[in-house]
Write a protein that binds this ligand. Structure first.
Ligand SMILES: *Cc1c(COP(=O)(O)O)cnc(C)c1O
Length: 386
C-alpha cells in the first residue's frame, strides 16, 4: 500500500488518539528502517525502547518462529515451558524470587500495586493502602496507573480516580510528608516520559533505607529503563539498591507485548491463587522471544551499550543548540534551544527518528545500533539543532 492510502485508512477508521508523524514503515534491519516509499531512516527511537535489537533480528526471530511452530497460546490453567524458562532467567539475573507476566507496562504496574496492597493488608490490616508516587512520573494509561502518574496533564477528563495515591517531590522531606498510611513508594530511577530525568543517588538510597525501616515496599518501574537500556540489566543497579517489587515491559519482549512484575525477598508470597491473572500474560511465543533477548544481554553486551552511550553523549554535548544531555546509558534526553517537537519533525524529514519527552528530545536507539548508524543520526541532529 502507498503511504497516502495507509494514512487515509487511519484517518477514517482509527480512534483519534495519536498525533502521528507522516510516515509508515515497511521493513528494515537493525537500527535502519525503510519507509513504504523505500526511503531509509536511522532509528533513535526503537518503537519507544521496545525493539532493543532493532528490526529483523535473526536470533530473536528464530526463537519466536520455533515456538510459533509448536503452540501459539496456552491458557494459564496449564503449565508452560517458555514462561518457566523466562521466569527462571529473570530471577537468576536479578535475585528476584518470583515473576508474574502480563502484557504491558501498565499491567505490570497494576500487578505491583495489587501485590503491595495485599502484602500490607495481610500484615497490618485494612487502611494502610496508599501508594506514594513522584511528581513527573509516568506509570501507564489504565485508570489506576494514570492515577499513579504524577503529571496533571494526564488527569484531565477522567475523574473520578480510584484514590489511594499521593504525590511527592523527589526529596525525602516530601516523601515523608506523603507516606502516612502508605504501603508502597513507586519510582522510575530515570523518569522517561517526564523528560529523561535521572533521580539523584543520595535520594534513591535514602528512600530505600526509609522504606526498609517502615516496611513500606519500594517499587521500581523499569518498564522503560529496564532490559539493558541504561547499560545495566535494570537501572536500579546503578544506585546499588534492590527494590521489593520491580516492573518491566517495553524491551523485554524484543518487539512483542509482555509485562513482568518481579517479586523480591519479602514480597515473594504476596499474591496467591486467584489474586491476579491474565488471559494472554506469559504467552509462549512472546516468552520464547524474551528468553532470547535476556540471553544476549550479557555483561559484555552491556559494556558495549555503555560505550555507545558515552560516544553519543560526548558528541551531543558539543553541538550548537544543546543545553544539556540527561539520562543514563542509551536513554538520552537532550535539552534543546528550539522547540523539541519541531526538531523531531525536522529530523524525520532528513531521515532520522527521534522521540520527545516534555521539552526534551529523547533518544532510545536499539542497543545494537552501529557506529555508522550513530554517526548518520548525529550528523542530522547537528544540522537540525544549530
Ligand atoms: C511506557 C511506560 C509504561 C506503560 O507501559 P505500556 O506498555 O504502554 O502500558 C509504564 N511505565 C513507564 C516508566 C513507561 O515508560
Amino acid at each position: 500500500m502507498q503511504f497516502d492510502e495507509i494514512r487515509a485508512l487511519d484517518e477514517r477508521y482509527l480512534a483519534e488518539t495519536y498525533a502521528r508523524y507522516p510516515v509508515a514503515f515497511a521493513g528494515g534491519k537493525g537500527a535502519t528502517l525503510v519507509g513504504t516509499d523505500g526511503r531509509e531512516y536511522v532509528d533513535f527511537g526503537a518503537g519507544i525502547a521496545v525493539n532493543i535489537f532493532g528490526v529483523n533480528d535473526e536470533a530473536w526471530k528464530a526463537a519466536v518462529k520455533e515456538q510459533l511452530d509448536k503452540i501459539q497460546h496456552v491458557s494459564n490453567y496449564y503449565y508452560s515451558e517458555p514462561q518457566g524458562r523466562l521466569a527462571e532467567m529473570l530471577c537468576k539475573r536479578t535475585g528476584a524470587k518470583r515473576v508474574f507476566f502480563g502484557n504491558s507496562g501498565a499491567e505490570a504496574n497494576e500487578c505491583a500495586f495489587k501485590a503491595a496492597r495485599k502484602y500490607s493488608y495481610e500484615k497490618y490490616g485494612a487502611g494502610r493502602n496508599k501508594i506514594v508516587s513522584l511528581k513527573g512520573s509516568f506509570h501507564g494509561r489504565t485508570l489506576f496507573t494514570l492515577t499513579a502518574t504524577g503529571q496533571d496533564s494526564f488527569h484531565r477528563y477522567f475523574d473520578p480516580f480510584a484514590g489511594g495515591v499521593e504525590y511527592a517531590e523527589p526529596d525525602m522531606d516530601s516523601v515523608r510528608r506523603a507516606a502516612d498510611g502508605a504501603c508502597a513508594v513507586v519510582i522510575e530511577v530515570v523518569q522517561g516520559e517526564g523528560g529523561v530525568n535521572a533521580l539523584g543517588a543520595p535520594f534513591v538510597r535514602a528512600l530505600r533505607e526509609y522504606c526498609t525501616e517502615r516496611d513500606i515496599l519500594l517499587i521500581c518501574d523499569e518498564v522503560q529503563t529496564g532490559n539493558g537500556r541504561t547499560g545495566k540489566l535494570y537501572a536500579y543497579e546503578h544506585y546499588g539498591i534492590t527494590p521489593d517489587l520491580a516492573t518491566t515491559a517495553k524491551g523485554l519482549g524484543g518487539g512483542l507485548p509482555i509485562g513482568a512484575c518481579l517479586f523480591f525477598g519479602k514480597t515473594e508470597h504476596a499474591l496467591g491463587k486467584g489474586d491476579h491473572g491474565s488471559t494472554f500474560g506469559g504467552n509462549p511465543v512472546v516468552c520464547a522471544g524474551a528468553c532470547s533477548v535476556l540471553e544476549r544481554l550479557t555483561d559484555e553486551f552491556l559494556l558495549e551499550v555503555e560505550g555507545k552511550s558515552a560516544y553519543l553523549r560526548a558528541k551531543l554535548k558539543g553541538f550548537d543548540g544543546v543545553e544539556a544531555v540527561t539520562g543514563l546509558g542509551l536513554m538520552i534526553g537532550i535539552s534543546v534551544k528550539k522547540d523539541a517537537r519541531k526538531v523531531a519533525a525536522a529530523c524525520l524529514e532528513r531521515g532520522l527518528l527521534v522521540l520527545t519527552a516534555h521539552d526534551r528530545i529523547r533518544c532510545l536507539p536499539p542497543l545494537v545500533i552501529t557506529k555508522a548508524e550513530m554517526d548518520e543520526g548525529l550528523t542530522i541532529l547537528r544540522e537540525v539543532l544549530k
